[in-house]
Design a protein around this ligand. Structure first.
Ligand code: PHE
Length: 349
């Protein structure tokens, strides 16, 4: 037995572990009661009586050595794995990886700017559904059924329910606001709209609008013009030129359209299409906005007393404005998700 103890003492002294499995193997062999220690203590009963005491002591010494070594092995294993982890830490002396920040879509930026300009003069945002019923998109706005004015807007109908349409303008939200809000009220309605049009550089089957209404006592066309002038100057700069042309909308009387000069300093030389004339059709002017005094019948349709209140409404195309602002010549670029196009718009600017 003495030889065995000596042999084991040497083995324990020289024991090394490099991972948890090896540590566990050590534990099973030297610490567990089912290992060599158990066997040796069990063998004690065969030792002659006079040697028993000394042998028992020697075994206890061995047992303590085995346990001390076990603690030592645990600590050294912990240290070596912690050391390995510290190699995984990033090397702080390396040059930084460039940021992969996304950019804000030019339409979102433009829409946000439009909202900002109107918010500064007291308008607040209202939203409504993109799938709209006939009443809010048409009837309430003086487009009676079968009226040719409905053809001004090529409508997508919902097949299963012909009373529902994809809204063709956010004027539907104007109706919803007028139904539920008492004048005086000042609201803008940003949102996506749909029209069944052939896709080209100037038209798409969906686009974005910001419409607005102001209803109070004694609102006049002068208020409308000044509001839109203010908008154009804020959006395109103090030097920008605008013009109003008479127009027709079923829900406004009188009605007008507002154009902005696309060759900002010299109407007639288009900075956007560079002579290809596909945006302004060679006129130097781009229409960005329909507007007018809200027809008294529309106020009445929405529960507002036309004897007491008057109001103006306008609706502008976000795409058109973004094209003017950023010199973009083809409307399709906005929805193609070409990363080379989108990257030109910085997150901040
Ligand atoms: N809703 C009209 C359109 O989509 C724009 C408009 C709004 C015109 C308000 C006049 C008044 O074309």
């Amino acid at each position: 037995m003495q030889d065995k103890i000596r042999e084991l003492t040497n083995e324990i002294e020289g024991y090394q572990v490099s991972n948890n499995d090896e540590l566990e193997a050590y534990r099973l062999k030297f610490i567990s009661r089912k290992g060599v220690m158990g066997e040796l203590f069990a063998g004690l009963k065969d030792v002659p009586n006079e040697d028993k005491k000394a042998m028992g002591q020697a075994l206890n010494v061995l047992k303590n050595e085995a346990q001390d070594k076990f603690k030592e092995l645990i600590t050294s294993l912990e240290e070596s794995t912690a050391g390995a982890k510290s190699h995984d830490h990033p090397d702080l002396t390396l040059p930084p990886v460039p940021d992969q920040l996304g950019t804000i879509h030019p339409l979102s930026k433009t829409q946000q700017r439009i909202i900002e300009i109107f918010e500064q003069i007291g308008f607040s945002v209202a939203e409504g559904p993109e799938i709209e019923d006939d009443f809010h998109n048409f009837s309430a706005l003086n487009f009676p059924e079968n009226h040719p004015a409905r053809e001004m807007q090529d409508t997508f109908f919902i097949e299963k329910n012909p009373d529902m349409v994809l809204r063709t303008h956010t004027s539907s939200v104007q109706v919803r606001v007028m139904e539920t809000t008492k004048p005086p009220l000042r609201k803008i309605m940003p949102g996506r709209v749909y029209r069944n049009e052939a896709i080209s550089a100037r038209a798409h089957c969906f686009f974005h609008q910001v419409e607005g209404i102001y209803i109070a006592e004694n609102v006049s066309f002068v208020d409308l013009k000044q509001t839109l002038y203010h908008f154009a100057k804020e959006m395109f700069g103090q030097q920008s030129k605008v013009r109003f042309r008479p127009s027709y909308f079923p829900f406004t009387e009188v009605s007008a359209e507002m154009d902005v000069s696309c060759g900002l300093n010299e109407p007639g030389t288009c900075e956007i299409c560079g002579g290809r004339k596909n945006v302004c059709k060679g006129t130097g002017w781009v229409e960005i906005c329909g507007a007018g005094m809200i027809d008294p019948q529309v106020l009445e349709n929405c529960g507002i007393d036309p004897e007491k209140y008057t109001g103006f409404a306008f609706g502008m195309g976000v795409e058109r404005i973004a094209m003017l602002k950023y010199n973009i010549e083809d409307l399709r670029l906005f929805s193609e998700n070409d990363i080379r196009f989108l990257r030109q718009f910085t997150p901040m600017g």
